[in-house]
Design a protein around this ligand. Structure first.
Ligand code: NAD
Ligand code: DAU
Length: 401
């Protein structure tokens, strides 16, 4: 990517590469447009002023994109503190350019959300008034091999963080705890229908059960202790910086390396795909305008069978590299299914669209192609996250399938 002076800005993007004065003015304009847009679009009565934000899990896929979004797209003027335990899925290098460009506002704290004293200290030290909780163990297959970490981080971790904010904020009313959750808490759908905010919870994997438990804890703190909370339940995300254990980046890496493309079972399971930037614009909108104590579903309205995704990736790779589509499609290998595999997810997101005026900006074709190009152009990032631990995981999950 090049800035207006023709200088290659690399991963930092146009705004990150500008000189500070230039950046300030552009960011201010974007922030004004953003606020005007939301004021015009929103019909709800809430308008929060968020000052200093604690982002948990900000070294992971969605959290790092969220922090980038706040600085580069929103022009957020306050402090952003990224608390991350740096599990195998956390890579602070994803935000190296942000650290360099926004050093005065961006802070990183290597910590576990399950550490009460650390959380309480961080809340006090940075005068945090807003928490957005992305931190979690997030991969369903890993939860099948080892559920314990999921119970620890997703349930005990969220509980401990809630206790820390309760102790630190007390009865303050100018605060918000936003919890990022998943559509998987609603269970699995048949051929028709969709998940609504009112759909009863019916989680079926250790991952989704742990997320469901954390959602219940957040709502319990709202009702019992009057903590100001919002929750979002989102469908499958894709985009840059996603750990290559998840379907789309795993397939891109295997296509690139000529390795088998492991499709679980018949590949006819359906997921609803959304670009990570559209997820993050929704989260930001809810944080600013969402009603206290409410849940909002976020989705792509973009249902695809897994096998369709894999074929589409093969076709896109062929277009990008000039290799034949067949040379890619012959890598498709059906392997043993995931135990308890949810068949279909579909999100109804009328509530956030109607009440808050949310719209998506990224078309699926364009988003998928830019994601492929991002993985092909970012060898260094990919090589670093595919450490020894990653190789062990691939052997464990796919070795005997
Ligand atoms: P990810 O696995 O890429 O990142 C998770 C991050 O959390 C990592 O940086 C990890 O180090 C950190 N973390 C884990 N346990 C922690 C702990 N105890 N304390 C502090 N940090 C910890 O996950 P993701 O895909 O970015 O998902 C982020 C959130 O969004 C999760 O809560 C997930 O349930 C939810 N979500 C994800 C998707 C999706 O498609 N990826 C969709 C809907 C909701
Ligand atoms: O729906 C939201 C959820 O989406 C998030 O809450 C989770 O954190 C996130 O990991 C994701 O869960 P899925 O299980 O849907 O994502 P995953 O990328 O693991 O798999 C997508 C689909 O592709 C699923 O039906 C399983 C299938 N799959 C996955 C892998 C890794 C394969 O067929 N082969 C594979 O190798």
């Amino acid at each position: 990517m090049k800035n207006p002076q023709g200088v290659d800005t690399g991963r930092r993007g146009l705004i990150g590469a500008m000189i500070p004065a230039e950046r300030k003015s552009v960011v201010k304009t974007i922030a004004r447009v953003h606020v005007t847009y939301h004021q015009a679009a929103c019909t709800g009565g809430v308008m929060r002023t968020l000052k200093n934000i604690l982002v948990t899990g900000g070294a992971g896929f969605i959290g790092s994109n969220f922090i980038r979004y706040l600085f580069e797209r929103v022009g957020f003027p306050g402090a952003i503190v990224n608390v991350d335990k740096l599990t195998y899925a956390g890579n602070p290098e994803s935000l190296d350019d942000i650290r360099q460009s926004y050093g005065g506002q961006y802070h990183f704290e290597h910590a576990d959300i399950g550490d009460f004293e650390r959380m309480r200290d961080i809340l006090a030290r940075y005068d945090i008034d807003t928490v957005v909780n992305f931190a979690a163990e997030s991969h369903v297959d890993r939860s099948i091999f080892g559920p314990k970490d999921f119970v620890q981080s997703n349930i005990v971790g969220t509980f401990t963080l809630l206790e820390a904010v309760r102790a630190h904020w007390g009865k303050r009313r100018d605060t918000l705890f936003h919890h990022v959750s998943t559509d998987e808490v609603y269970g699995s759908l048949g051929e028709t229908g969709a998940f609504y905010e009112t759909t009863p919870y019916d989680p079926r994997s250790p991952y989704s059960a742990s997320k469901a438990a954390s959602d219940h804890l957040v709502m319990a703190y709202h009702h019992t202790y009057e903590l100001a909370v919002t929750i979002s339940n989102c469908s499958n995300n894709y985009g840059p910086y996603q750990f290559p254990e998840k379907l789309i980046p795993l397939m891109i890496m295997n296509l690139r390396e000529g390795k088998p493309l492991p499709v679980y079972g018949d590949g006819r399971q359906v997921r609803d795909w959304l670009h990570v930037d559209d997820h993050n614009s929704a989260v930001w909108l809810i944080m600013n305008r969402g009603a206290n104590g409410e849940t909002y579903n976020i989705g792509g309205e973009n249902e695809r069978e897994n096998i369709w995704i894999v074929h589409t990736l093969c076709e896109a790779m062929a277009r990008i590299t000039g290799n034949s589509v067949d040379s890619y499609k012959r890598l498709i290998t059906h392997v043993a299914d995931r135990p308890g595999h949810d068949r279909r997810y579909a999100i109804n997101c009328d509530k956030i669209k109607g009440a808050l005026g949310w719209t998506r900006a990224v078309a699926f074709d364009a988003g998928l192609e830019s994601t492929i190009r991002w993985y092909l152009a970012n060898d260094a990032w990919v090589n670093r996250v595919r450490s020894g631990e990653y190789r062990n995981w691939i052997e464990r999950n796919y070795g005997k399938r």
